[in-house]
Design a binder for this molecule. Structure first.
Ligand code: PDD
Length: 302
């Protein structure tokens, strides 16, 4: 039994109920976030809340979340659910309107939902191992505002299912010949020692992990380039990674059933992942990261 936060109340999951007229339910008229916590500390909390607030503005909702207040709710959720390593889900819908109507009703009270679930470790620190993945490519069938983190994710679900049914783990989405991102992750490619990721715009989500990885790569003195990645270039990459808050930096070792590079995790990934894990480990111990250009506002270990 999980304890859920719903509109200021703490409820058992079976008791947490939302109206059928909630616009999140009828129109996916909602913004969400997924934020990881390690040893009770949320990782890059403020950056996630900033993106959520930007998303609310983009869908013309006159509402924003307050970081300290939400940090408290998030910490309470961990405590009430007795979790330390967890994934926090936050969702804000436009609210409930008495009828189904396509216009955007004004002055509704937003519906606020938050819950946590256990986050199993992605990287095995003792064995120094990570589960690598196999991907396929497929035409991106999502809408044209993939920069907005809305709950309208049916296309993402169908595209992931396509991968699973072909024996792979994820799909890299391609639009107009350009490889963009995974179904719930950002895309990086290593070629000729350069680390390359598609530029921000309306076709990808501005991943919090993406931003962090870009800074780590630069800090490690490697060449970091943000440019379009033609699909055919991916096949010849020496490394491909998919990044997200829950997946961290996940190496892709096979694309469309063909090995990428040597077919095992790459050297550049090893270096970048090691640094990522070090910074995460610092967080475990309650240290603020000292990396230049990264704000360190995560709460200290209690
Ligand atoms: N998804 N691109 C898409 C389409 C995503 O859905 C996500 C994250 C990312 C990576 O963003 P970040 O690094 O901020 O987690 C990129 C979350 C994890 C989800 O939908 O569950």
């Amino acid at each position: 039994m999980a304890i859920i936060y719903l509109n200021g109340e703490w409820l058992e999951d079976s008791a947490a109920k939302v109206s059928v007229f909630d616009r999140g339910f009828l129109f996916a008229d909602a913004i969400y976030e997924v934020i990881p916590a390690y040893a009770g500390n949320f990782f890059r909390f403020e950056e996630h809340i900033q993106r959520l607030n930007a998303g609310l503005q983009q869908i013309k909702m006159d509402y924003h979340l307050d970081v300290p207040e939400w940090q408290q709710i998030a910490q309470d959720l961990l405590a009430r659910n007795e979790l330390k390593n967890a994934s926090l889900y936050l969702q804000v819908t436009r609210g409930t309107y008495p009828t189904r109507s396509h216009d955007l009703p004004k002055s509704l009270t937003p519906t606020l939902i938050a819950f946590v679930s256990e986050l199993p470790p992605v990287y095995d620190h003792e064995k120094k191992q990570i589960e690598s993945i196999r991907a396929i490519t497929a035409e991106d069938i999502r809408w044209n505002r993939c920069d907005i983190k809305t709950t309208g994710l049916l296309a993402n679900c169908l595209l992931l299912q396509q991968a699973l049914e072909s024996g792979a783990d994820d799909t890299i989405l391609v639009r107009k010949g350009k490889a963009l991102e995974g179904t719930a992750s950002n895309l990086f490619m290593v070629k000729n020692k350069q680390v390359i990721t598609p530029p921000l715009g309306q076709t990808i989500l501005a991943g919090v992990t993406r931003e962090f990885v870009i800074l780590l790569v630069k800090q490690l003195g490697m060449e970091m380039i943000e440019r379009d990645i033609p699909e055919e270039e991916l096949v010849n990459a020496s490394e491909i990674w998919l990044t997200s808050s829950n997946k961290e930096i996940r190496p892709v070792v096979e694309l469309n059933h063909v090995k990428i590079g040597t077919g095992i995790v790459g050297e550049v990934w090893e270096q970048v992942n090691q640094r990522y894990q070090e910074l995460k480990f610092n967080l475990y111990r309650g240290y603020f990261s000292e990396i230049e250009g990264i704000k360190s506002n995560e709460p200290k270990l209690r």
